[in-house]
Write a protein of this length. Structure first.
Length: 479
């Protein structure tokens, strides 16, 4: 997973996972019950199963129907790669996607939401994988070419501009004037290179786009995030740091500023010159703090919370533990208020992971458990609330309760996320000193990863799971 978003908020090796097939209903006001079967579009009308969510009508977990619908209507296809565990994904669903300002775009796209953990979505995820959660795509349906790609949270204005540029690419794919040398054309080339895993080509394309664009280009902040992400993914830490040093002041006031700072901070931790790293981190902190202090910045609560966490991580890296704690307390208060004011339990689930992380950081994880237990009762089919309870119990030393909650989550979870929950169970057994149960759980993690269909396979995670299993087996007491 890694970067910003729900990749803006990489979960510490916490573990949360999932089992086979369900999805939340698209209706935010519902209790997000899970439907075990897909709702494919009919052969006569592939668009028939679209469901309203605000001004937009969404197809869910049926790429073939969405592609057929887009072809039948000759419209670009918008794809939301999301997952129920991803707080940034949920935030976008409950904020930007419900904003009336998207109404003019409703009929100009076919809208598809893909739960990236569902096994039945494996082929679509393989074609259009998330780099972070959420990742958004605009696709030309005739040839399934990528006309736009956006990483993580967006403000309403950023999102509308992304849609505009994606639509422009779609029109160009149909024969409109094409200028691949324009800033937008170079961004598109970078998006396609990243999709192909060619980080060097993506770096070149994004760099050329930024060089060709005017200094006040409105897409500069999110393109900078794409560029620094390419360098981070490629392990080009020196050039990542150089980019941050040169561009941090041009990252705007949206979530892109925090996303950029997070990657820059990660790269700073990888270079040898620690004086340079410290200087960059001081600059990152000085840049990010005023954005988070600005009540007019276009930040959802989740964006602001994530920014506070990222700034806290920078302050920790600078050795400022007192400043980091103040940021954590501020983040906790923000999340407490947002949770209390959430219109539905599903909307409140947006804040479950960020709250769990910050409460545990403050040494007060037990205080959050009643709210997580209530959320589980309100959303009995969702795996995320018991998974968060399990992690909090584990981190606070209540191992019996942790195992019970993780077992409940395991019954509901699916796809790659199931391995994450199973891994947490292994960690709980290890902490209990139950070596045999730890080995059994680690074998189950490996088996889950090995059984994932193409498109959902995670080679790095599988290699890590095998290494952990080998280590556990090597520690097995002799009889």
């Amino acid at each position: 997973m890694a970067l910003a978003a729900c990749a803006r908020s990489p979960e510490p090796s916490e573990s949360s996972a999932v089992q086979a097939g369900p999805r939340p209903t698209s209706e935010v006001g519902a209790t997000a019950s899970i439907q075990p079967d897909p709702r494919p579009g009919s052969a006569d009308d592939p668009c028939a199963s679209a469901e309203p969510h605000g001004a937009l009508r969404w197809l869910h977990d049926d790429y073939d129907a969405a592609l057929a619908c887009a072809r039948a209507q000759n419209k670009p296809l918008f794809i939301d790669d999301w997952a129920p565990w991803c707080h940034t994904c949920l935030s976008m669903k409950h904020t930007v996607f419900l904003d009336p300002g998207l109404a003019p775009w409703a009929e100009r796209f076919v809208w598809l939401a893909i739960d990236t953990d569902l096994p039945r979505n494996a082929a679509a995820v393989g074609k259009f994988p998330p780099q972070v959660w959420p990742t958004f795509y605009v696709i030309a349906p005739a040839d399934e070419s990528v006309q736009g790609r956006y990483l993580g949270a967006a403000s309403l204005d950023q999102f509308r501009e992304f849609l505009q540029h994606g639509e422009q690419g779609f029109l160009e794919s149909q024969g409109a004037a094409l200028d691949e040398g324009s800033p937008l054309g170079r961004v598109r080339a970078g998006d396609r290179a990243l999709l192909a895993g060619d980080y060097q080509a993506a770096d070149v394309a994004y760099t050329e786009a930024l060089a060709a664009a005017p200094p006040d280009w409105s897409r500069r902040p999110d393109v900078l995030v794409s560029l620094i992400s390419a360098r981070h993914k490629a392990g080009s830490h020196e050039s990542c740091v150089a980019l941050a040093e040169a561009e941090i002041d041009r990252t705007g006031k949206s979530a892109s500023a925090a996303d950029f700072a997070q990657r820059a901070n990660a790269c700073a931790g990888k270079i040898a010159d620690q004086k340079r790293a410290r200087k960059l981190r001081e600059k990152l902190a000085a840049r990010l703090a005023p954005v988070l202090d600005d009540p007019g910045a276009p930040l959802a609560v989740d964006d602001r919370s994530d920014g506070l966490r990222i700034l806290r991580e920078i302050r920790v890296a600078l050795g400022d533990t007192a400043g980091a704690r103040k940021l954590a307390e501020r983040q906790r208060a923000l999340l407490d208020q947002a949770w209390a004011e959430a219109p539905t339990p599903f909307a409140a689930m947006t804040y479950a992971w960020p709250a769990a992380e910050v409460y545990v950081y403050l040494g007060e994880g037990q205080k959050l458990l009643p709210a997580l237990e209530k959320l589980e009762a309100e959303l009995p089919n969702q795996y995320d609330p018991p998974a968060r309870q399990a992690w909090v119990h584990y981190r606070t030393g209540n191992l019996d309760a942790a195992l019970s909650a993780a077992s409940r989550a395991l019954d509901r979870v699916y796809g790659p996320r199931k391995a994450t929950v199973q891994n947490l169970i292994a960690e709980i057994h290890a902490a209990r000193g139950d070596h045999a149960s730890e080995i059994a759980a680690r074998r189950a993690v490996v088996a889950i990863y090995e059984a994932l269909p193409d498109g959902l396979k995670q080679p790095a995670a599988l290699a890590d799971a095998r290494a952990r299993l080998a280590d556990a087996e090597a520690r097995q007491p002799s009889k």
